[in-house]
Write a protein that binds this ligand. Sequence first.
Ligand code: IPM
Ligand code: MN
Length: 372
Amino acid sequence: MYEIPVIPGDGIGPEIINEGKKVIESAAATENFNVEWKEYPYGAEHYLETGETLPESALKELSQYDAIYMGSVGDPRVEPGVLEKGILLKLRFYFDQYVNLRPVKLLPGVECPLREPGNIDFTVIRENTEDFYVGVGGRAKKGKTKNTLEIERKLYNLKFDLDIESDSDEIAYQLGVISEEGAKRVTKYAFDHAQKRKDDRVTAVDKANVLSDIYGFWRQKIEEISEEYPEIEHEFNYVDAATMWFVKNPEWYQTIVTPNMFGDIITDLGAMIQGGLGLAPGGNINPEGTSMFEPIHGSAPKHAGENKVNPIATIWAGALLLDHLGEQKAKKRIVKAISQVLEEGKIKTYDLGGNASTTKMGDAIAERVKNV
Ligand code: IPM
Ligand code: MN
């Protein structure tokens, strides 16, 4: 028996998570294990009523579990960032979920915006707790320096002098941070992942030509870890070039490892080449702690309550969750069921060019899971 905490969240979150639960229950019944859900109310509604995003008491409770199932957060009634930082990023950081695993796989039957897509099947391992997401930044204090450009030059030359004064507050800064431990653990995870998948190559994506302090260091750590995996090749791509190759030759990629912010950006592009955000799942993983599985898309408030959006990203995230719990057979069933339903093409949500509802798609996959 697995007890799984669920945070459906905002917008379309509750609708897609319902389908995810339905499919997990179907896979569990077929593979003879049980799942029980523990629902948590965190999201916009709860915040507007109580002023709290995710209390410490909930975090403590959640820390007893191996995996959280998450819908999506974000609501136009709440200032952007409050729920994202207060719930989603809070969970990632509090539980030190340092791996954000995002498969990019073009399934059969799915239309790809690329003309000749070839076999797109790779994983982005996005570092998930460092880089520009650490939340270190600020605005200049009111003081004597007159010219904001002068401050920028100061920031550039005196790298660690952040005690900036300005007679206007027209300058702001944000720091990115990479630690040795942070870079090494995610790189190790990526090479292990490549080994498991029998990949022959890991591609590290960064911007070491310009942000050479932070990403030069990152590269160095990748070089160091790569020595422990002599049978796996590694290469470096600059992130701007990588976005070009995603479009031109996506079949080249196998396992990618990349810092947090570039990982955020390239996985939205990855989602598009695998058929859209409605199909892209993600796992926020701490191999020794509490992990969290979610679609990579947001809460799409304009479609909330319409029973219209594609639940596959969330269903697929559910499969990754089961895999994490050690239920590989159940995971395989779900991924196969998704592939078959997509390949047959009879049931399509609006994003896939059809008009099937969220529940209809969920029902079809839950049913198919029983005999794949
Ligand atoms: C994602 C999202 C989040 C991120 C936001 C909502 C904080 O875009 O999971 O990719 O930037 O990581
Ligand atoms: Mn994103």
